[in-house]
Design a protein around this ligand. Sequence first.
Ligand code: CIR
Length: 260
Amino acid sequence: MHHKKHALVCLPADTLDQGLRMKNLGEVDIKEAQRQHRAYCGALREFDFSLVQLPPDNRYPDSVFVEDPAVITKDTLIITRLRKTERSGEEKRVERALVPFFQNITRIKAPGFVEGGDVLVTPNKLYIGLSERTNTEGAEQLAQIVRDHCGYTTKIFEIPKHFLHLKGEVTYHQNSQRGIITVSEEIAYHFSDSDCKLIVTPADERFGANCISRGSIIFIHARRQKTKQLLEQSGFHVRELEMSEFEKIDGALTCLSKLF
Ligand code: CIR
């Protein structure tokens, strides 16, 4: 996998509290969300990413979650198709921002739907979750694109109904020798075929497995004590990021950026 250099982010819209959510976890405090977003961007800068920052767009309360409108494999940019009409249109903004960086650009077409949050990219293999947001047609189009463009294999499977997206509960980490997958115990069995080391996190720590790392430093959602311990036992230096306002609208750490 090529070395990641850029991070696309989008500043939170003033309408963030109108973001979609699976259940009511309370009102979003926009000022606090902006603070949390600034800290998040600071963490990415610490990891040496150069930030490409989209301005807030109040028409799209969920536009802060730039992970969903695209999937990136090597030098191929795949623009996805978002299922919810409230989010449909976010793809265009992300496409405009990312196009200058890529040679190969393709798009998921109707009747396919894919959201980037359902796609775990590992070296040479994609794991695609079928969800309320990603359907079989979309997953199969994506599988064919990455096979033809990059020679990737794919594994497609259904995710539990109480997850919004696959990646909320699984992320990939490139370590010096061997890749690492952090994954919730509920879905860990889907990854037993991988060459990566698995770090299995407890199901009661929502988004515990959704982390961002560089080398031995790893950022996790604040207040995931058991996950923190497990990661420390595996040699990571753990740093916590407060994500309370984004969690209320089902957003995890990786949802807030597209790294490439
Ligand atoms: C949504 O329901 O679309 C947003 N409120 C949350 C999107 C989270 N994105 C992600 O997990 N990649």
